[in-house]
Write a protein that binds this ligand. Structure first.
Ligand SMILES: [Zn+2]
Ligand SMILES: [Zn+2]
Length: 145
């Protein structure tokens, strides 16, 4: 995403760009695989000393749930703001490398198929989202009697 600084108006400038998945060169392919390009939307604002880029990135990934180990596909989005020194960047700002680094920093660390995934029974290994077993888990401690 390359921005021509003098084209940033008083109301800022909107930029949209699609980044290929291999831009971020994931090393943790076993944890997640992005399956659609990163859709990058940027709102760029010029101040006296700096240029701000408020960025939203969206994509979709395939992964394995960290609790139940089932395959899952999740929508993903992240937001961050980049700041550039207006003196240093008086003509063009090339943001690709900064965006790439922020995407990597904002990757999901814990992947769940759903927020309330019950996971696997530690005793018999059944998927507690789809099956019940005779083992008791998550018993509330201290019932007060
Ligand atoms: Zn799960
Ligand atoms: Zn069990």
């Amino acid at each position: 995403m390359k921005v021509q600084v003098r084209r940033i108006g008083n109301d800022g400038m909107d930029c949209n760009e699609s980044f290929p998945v291999d831009l971020i060169g994931l090393t943790q392919k076993d944890i997640l695989t992005f399956i659609s390009p990163f859709e990058i939307s940027a709102k760029i604002i010029r101040g006296d000393d700096e240029v701000l880029a408020k960025i939203t990135a969206k994509s979709r990934y395939d992964a394995t749930c960290g609790r139940c180990l089932e395959a899952t596909t999740q929508d993903w989005s992240t937001e961050f703001t980049l700041t550039f020194d207006a003196k240093k960047y008086s003509e063009f700002i090339e943001m690709d490398e900064d965006i790439r680094q922020e995407l990597i920093l904002n990757l999901p660390a814990h992947i769940l198929c759903r927020i309330d995934c019950k996971g696997l029974c530690v005793d018999c290994g059944v998927n507690l989202n789809t099956q019940e077993c005779k083992h008791k888990h998550a018993v509330p401690s201290g019932t007060g009697n």
